[in-house]
Ligand binder design. Structure first.
Ligand code: HEM
Ligand code: HEM
Length: 187
């Protein structure tokens, strides 16, 4: 039943609203772009197809960094009205899993951006917006991402696989309404 003042844009306890869904699915597509590109690079090396994906890796990564901050802020401003995670150990595991996804969605691009800044090379966002110019290299800023950007990105992909696996369990094994909170019509 439609409650008169419930906006389709905001979240409510029985489903995510339109803004949360645009952020969730838009970012999922951009993550897919990042992982497909880097997966192909590992499998094929530098080919024109790989360059097509990987050429935009840093710019898409910065876009994801901006989007996750907006998504976090939007999540906090909807905190009291979002679909609940449930109480038992499974609910706590779901909440912890979502927090871990956020942590990695912030740390993975942040480390790489700090490295890009320290690399001494200019950064031009999508070949259009110059963000910083060339400067002397700073190894200390590059070390954290050299050690952990790729590794943590693959950990993030593993978490996403677990996340999708749990959604499939909800949809096809327990047959509850959890998947419907993020898909289907927003009422
Ligand atoms: C959240 C967004 C991002 C994801 C999911 C992501 C994912 C990945 C993955 C999976 C790899 C391959 C690691 C390997 O070869 O085993 C990689 C490498 C790389 N990424 Fe990202 N990345 C993101 C953001 C960024 C950003 C913002 C930059 C630059 C500003 C960047 C620059 C690089 C570079 C230079 C490499 C090759 C060197 C390395 O493995 O560390 N990435 N990334
Ligand atoms: C095919 C891929 C995906 C499917 C089917 C999917 C499905 C869902 C569903 C049904 C929910 C609602 C769960 C609930 O209410 O407890 C959800 C929430 C969530 N998903 Fe996904 N998801 C996918 C990809 C991703 C990716 C790539 C990420 C992050 C890298 C992600 C991060 C999250 C987070 C953090 C939440 C909690 C709500 C929020 O803060 O946006 N999902 N997802």
């Amino acid at each position: 039943m439609q409650i008169a003042h419930t906006s389709v844009w905001r979240d409510s306890p029985d489903r995510y609203g339109r803004i949360s869904r645009w952020l969730h699915w838009g970012m999922a597509l951009l993550f897919a772009w990042q992982f497909i590109g880097m997966g192909l690079r590992l499998a094929l090396g530098r080919t024109p197809l790989v360059s097509f994906f990987v050429g935009s890796h840093s710019s898409v990564g910065l876009l994801l960094m901006v989007l996750v901050l907006l998504r976090g802020a939007w999540g906090l401003s909807n905190a009291g009205r979002r679909p609940p995670h449930g109480t038992g150990w499974l609910g706590r595991a779901a909440a912890a899993g979502h927090r871990a996804l956020y942590l990695l969605m912030v740390v993975v691009p942040l480390l790489a951006l700090v490295r890009a800044y320290g690399s001494g090379r200019a950064f031009i966002w999508f070949n259009t917006l110059p963000l910083w110019g060339a400067s002397p290299k700073n190894e200390a800023l590059m070390a954290p991402a050299n050690a952990a950007h790729g590794l943590l990105a693959w950990v993030l992909l593993a978490l996403v696989a677990g996340h999708v696996g749990m959604v499939l369990l909800h949809r096809w094994w327990w047959r509850d309404q959890v998947a419907q909170r993020m898909v289907g019509r927003v009422r």
